[in-house]
Design a binder for this molecule. Sequence first.
Ligand code: NDP
Length: 278
Amino acid sequence: MEEKYGLLGEPIEHSLSPAMHNLWFKETVISGHYTAYSVPKPNLARTVDQLRTLGIKGFNVTFPHKTAIIPMLDEVRGTAGSIGAVNTVIQTDGQLIGYNTDGLGFYEGLRAHFPLLVKQQPSVLIIGAGGAARSVALVLAQKFETRVDITNRTFSKAVFLSEACRRFCTSDALTFQQAEEDIGRYQMVINTTSIGLNPSADQHLFRIDGAAPNTLFADLIYQPYRTAFLQEAERKGYPVMNGLPMLVFQGALAFERWTGIHPDGKKMEDYLLHTYLS
Ligand code: NDP
């Protein structure tokens, strides 16, 4: 029997997740189908109940439901609890169990593209302190155990996240101005803000002059394929990484939770790039 999987969010129309997971089902010869469900905020609880009754095997959760879904689940495991956000749910014996694979997905994508940098345990600056920043910062703080500093428009959120990172590594909360002045100390700078989604907004929120040679600049956004932030870094000769590896590897980790099989992330990146993003 074909197992049901899906994605809950809104807006959801442009999501690449159905194409990605349905291709993995085909390639791994697992009988499953993944559907995107457009769910407005007031309908979330009802939709989760319906999916539970339907016997859905697993689903992903995206904007704006990652935090709101937590009280609707039976259990939250791993970093999802400390982050306060769930992006993957598995149903076993009628119980809905929530996980977060975003941060580890970022890390696995980084490892696939920049293995030497990962081995060097880089010091990291994270711009932004929203949900995605929390997932990425806490995983990198645990993996690298070096320095993960946070800068954010709303400074109190940077302080909160930096304090959480300090359980695992050195971490300071910085204003944008302080972070710009100190940029030369980092080997990796990650823009986790949503600003690049809106090409008409003022994109110059952060100056990167003075960064050390070979600093890696990353952005969690993949549509546009190169945000203004990455375009500027690329123009200045720095290596860059957009959000596509994170999308694919968080998906691969979710697929593994549901099926026990870890699919080929790098191959999927090439497929999505050539089929949907170029
Ligand atoms: P949140 O809304 O939780 O956080 C948004 C962040 O952006 C906050 O730090 C906010 O600062 C900052 N921000 C927004 N607008 C501005 C602005 N004009 N100037 C300065 N800072 C700004 O969003 P998420 O953390 O959930 O998502 C962030 C981005 O990551 C999105 O673009 C999303 O698409 C992407 N993402 C990509 C994934 C992938 O798989 N590639 C997975 C998950 C997310 P403040 O706190 O001051 O409001």
